[in-house]
Design a protein around this ligand. Structure first.
Ligand SMILES: Nc1ncnc2c1ncn2[C@@H]1O[C@H](COP(=O)(O)OP(=O)(O)O)[C@@H](O)[C@H]1O
Ligand SMILES: [Mg+2]
Length: 312
């Protein structure tokens, strides 16, 4: 079977700003792929080009074997796109909203009625289907929005930061719904700047930073690039920049980055044995008052690959 998505050398420039810089990626059928990167990395711009909403300056997109540029109707019919902003009619009920979107997709009345019931069940809103969407919580609105993108049974579902601005309970409901879709065989492109969500939902992760896909792989593959480095958080009093320079010079330390007014983050091999060395190294410029060591994880991989943390 053809892959759910293949895009090659996708590029977009806004004036002189290269928002998306030659991104290529492939998503297999049934695969959940996470595009992880900070705000402004180029996630929404990439997705807009994949969905046919924004014309790329260069590059190609195939959805389930259909070329977006040559056969946009066929390619778009196989994508369910859920934008970051809610696009619903608040005066209509959940069911009425779905009916409206289903007609837009050209679904026949009879089939649509049946499909709406399925989709309501899928997003866990059967019990609230006949309430006005304006009375829904933010999380419920997101779920009905996801439902609208599923009506035409797309091959690939694209979710753009689906949990931003929702309460923890709704967030959990959204993630559970997405897990269920993936378990049912849906191909997924999930963008987020939340590491834990991507780790939970996706089998494969692409790290995007400043418009470039800087690394790609399973969580295990990305983390293994770090070797056996630990992530070390240090709390210090004193001159952080000078302390970072001194720590970077310690053998075994590969990164030392200030993360706040009194904290530094290091990547270091065998950090437990190096603690006395750290304390000695910063002597005269700073005092270490706290230490926390984390084994290699995706956060550490991200820091290693991009030189910054996700929540900068
Ligand atoms: N329509 C636009 N015009 C000009 N610049 C844009 C436009 N859309 C996005 N950008 C810029 O492109 C970069 C990538 O933005 P975006 O794709 O929205 O990032 P993300 O979704 O990862 O937060 C940002 O620097 C943003 O300011
Ligand atoms: Mg975005």
């Amino acid at each position: 079977m053809t892959d759910a998505l293949v895009c090659q050398d996708l590029t977009k420039r806004f004036d002189h700003h290269l928002a998306v810089d030659s991104i290529s990626l492939t998503i297999a059928r049934g695969e959940a792929y996470g595009l992880l990167g900070p705000n402004g990395a180029g996630k929404t711009t990439t997705i807009s080009m994949l969905s046919g909403l924004l014309r790329p300056d260069a590059g190609s997109v195939h959805v389930a074997g259909h070329a977006l540029a040559q056969d946009p109707r066929a390619a778009k019919a196989r994508i369910g796109y859920v934008p970051q902003e809610i696009a619903l009619y608040p005066e209509l009920t959940g069911r009425e909203n779905l009916r409206y979107f289903g007609r837009l997709y050209g679904l026949a009345r009879r089939a649509l009625q049946y499909r709406i019931a399925e989709v309501l069940d899928l997003v866990g809103l059967t019990g609230r289907a006949d309430d006005k969407v304006g009375d829904y919580s933010g999380g419920m609105q997101r779920r009905i929005n996801i439902g609208a993108a599923l009506l035409h049974e797309p091959t690939l579902l694209i979710l753009d930061e689906p949990t931003v601005g929702v309460d923890p309970q709704s967030r959990n409901a959204i993630l559970e719904g997405v897990d269920e879709l993936v378990a049912g065989g849906m191909s997924l492109l999930y963008t987020s700047h939340y590491m834990e969500e991507v780790e939970r939902v996706c089998q494969r992760v692409g790290i995007i930073d400043k418009g470039r896909l800087v690394a790609e792989g399973t969580k295990r593959e990305l983390v293994s690039r770090l070797g056996t480095s630990d992530r070390v958080e240090l709390v210090l009093d004193g001159d952080l920049t000078a302390a970072a320079d001194k720590l970077r010079a310690v053998a075994g330390v590969t990164e030392a980055v200030p993360t706040g007014t009194s904290s530094l983050r290091l990547l270091a091999e065998g950090s437990r044995h190096l603690l006395p060395t750290f304390i000695g190294a910063v002597e005269g410029v700073a005092t270490i008052t706290g230490v926390e060591i984390t084994e290699p994880d995706l956060e550490a991989a991200f820091l290693h690959l991009t030189g910054s943390t996700l929540r900068d």
